[in-house]
Design a protein around this ligand. Structure first.
Ligand code: ME8
Length: 461
């Protein structure tokens, strides 16, 4: 059995955040979706049953404001804007299994069903509430969380709001969540993010405001038990991971939920690792297996975002350099857990050295000889070969298992580094065995075949 043989009963359900349908996607959105795509493809290759979910977050204040600014209804706005994500995923070769929109009927019904259950069980209660509200983050902050009087995440203005609202009794679940994170070292990854959440949970946890008065925000899912309110966009959005698969199962009939991996950026770590698991606990549903939060793509030293105006449009790069170059750069240049910066110079340097020089050279050398000396056919494996051949073969096998281990641990940058190292070995092998010399002597045809087979086989792997 080779490394890619089929294994039955292996399941892999991976998600990306559902992106706000308020503007055009940039490199940051492309990165998380690409990461999911690579993991989905790799697991398919390993014989897993894979389900890859992405989509758009279409309710809430941000989307409502974006629609108003354009002078269209929110319905019209999201109908048009969610397409931008679908189009980009197509251009980037992203092969998702399902694209969820939170305005889908099934999703809305699922959210209302969960709300009603929690309300009936006394997990959701009506309260008077006052607090600092950030429109850009769509959530309340405590006084001591503010930085220079602004929200600590996006550093935007906050306003003091006093109103009646429904609360999910999240604080009840603090101890259970803490115990779960402590007992499952790989629940939140990487470790630095896990420590961040553990630190957050050592402070008292508040309850979660899960409604917005319709007078202030109309664009949302109505609370089934009080039509004067709509659902807080995060409560609505997080449930997408479960609503999308509620009516589906793996080919062997087992349910898709819980997800194997939720992939996200560190900006939305708290919502995923505190709000979401406690909501699931209250519902009595299983928790996702792993939550993985990556760092940010920076541009000119700041987080790329639509609002800071430093966002890079991936499409321009795809047009100019091709989709594989873009995919390669993004996955190669962000190291697990850290931020990474994006500039055209870095992009070109990386593509030139790894792809054009190393890989391009190796492929070109082998290809030219196969065409010139063997009519374009890869020769059969040699009956016997020497030490250089055995070395390259052994290195190839080691690389395959190393890459596998790295990818399964979400360490894509070192995995690609291992692949590049492998390519460099092929180049060194070719330099040492010099097929261009061997080809000059007709008596050495067998030796030429050995060299070309060995190099072509290593490149195939
Ligand atoms: O937060 N670097 O949507 P969003 C790396 N709708 N990744 C980045 C990034 C950057 N500079 N900018 C964005 C939302 N991302 C909610 C999610 S999920 C139930 C609801 C990526 O459109 C990264 O994955 O603001 C980040 O977490 C996500 O886009 C935020 O997308």
């Amino acid at each position: 059995m080779g490394p890619f043989s089929t294994m039955s009963g292996k399941h892999f359900y991976v998600t990306t955040p559902i992106y706000y349908a308020n503007d055009r996607p940039h490199i940051g959105h492309a990165y998380t979706t690409l990461l999911a795509d690579v993991l989905a493809r790799y697991h398919r290759l390993l014989g897993y049953d894979v389900f890859f979910l992405t989509g758009t977050d279409e309710h809430g204040q941000k989307v409502e404001q974006a629609a108003r600014k354009r002078g269209v209804s929110p319905e019209e706005h999201v109908k048009e804007y969610h397409r931008r994500f679908k189009d980009l995923w197509q251009r980037l070769g992203i092969e998702y299994d399902y694209f969820i929109r939170t305005t889908d009927k099934d999703h809305k019904e699922f959210v209302q069903k969960c709300l009603q259950q929690l309300y009936d069980r006394g997990e959701i209660v009506l309260r008077e509430y006052e607090g600092w509200y950030s429109v850009s983050e769509e959530r309340f902050f405590q006084e001591d969380e503010l930085v220079d009087g602004k929200d600590p995440v996006g550093h935007k203005a906050v306003e003091w709001i006093s109103e009646k609202n429904y609360f999910f009794l999240m604080s009840k679940y603090q101890k259970r969540l803490l115990a779960h994170i402590e007992g499952n070292a790989d629940f939140i990854q990487p470790e630095s993010r896990r420590n961040e959440v553990l630190g957050f949970l050592r402070q008292p946890l508040g309850d979660l405001c899960i409604s917005r008065p319709r007078t202030r925000l109309a664009w949302g899912i109505s609370l089934p038990f009080d039509p004067d309110f709509v659902t807080y966009v995060w409560f609505d959005a997080l449930l997408n991971y479960e609503s999308a698969v509620a009516a589906r199962c793996y080919p062997d009939g087992s349910p898709l939920w819980p997800a194997t991996y939720h992939l996200l950026g560190k900006d939305i770590l708290t919502t995923h690792s505190v709000y979401w698991p406690t909501i699931l606990m209250a519902l009595g549903h299983p928790l996702p297996q792993h939550i993985f939060a990556h760092g940010w793509w920076l541009s000119k030293g700041a987080k790329q975002s639509k609002s800071s105006g430093n966002a890079v449009d991936p499409l321009g790069y795809v047009d100019e350099y091709g989709v594989d170059a873009v995919r390669y750069f993004l996955l190669r240049d962000m190291v697990l857990g850290q931020d990474a910066s994006f500039s055209e110079e870095q992009f070109k340097e990386r593509i030139n050295s790894d792809l054009a020089n190393d890989l391009g050279n190796a492929l070109q050398r082998v290809h030219v000889f196969l065409i010139r000396s063997l009519g374009g056919k890869v020769p059969l494996p040699p009956a016997q070969s020497g030490a250089d051949e055995s070395d390259l073969k052994a290195f190839t096998e080691e690389s395959i298992s190393r890459v596998k281990e790295l990818i399964l641990n979400l360490r894509l940058s070192p995995a690609l580094e291992a692949v590049t190292e492998m390519v460099r070995r092929v180049n060194r092998y070719l330099e040492k065995r010099a097929p261009w010399q061997v080809a000059k002597d007709r008596d050495l045809q067998e030796e030429l075949n050995t060299i070309l087979f060995t190099a072509a086989e290593a490149l195939r792997c």
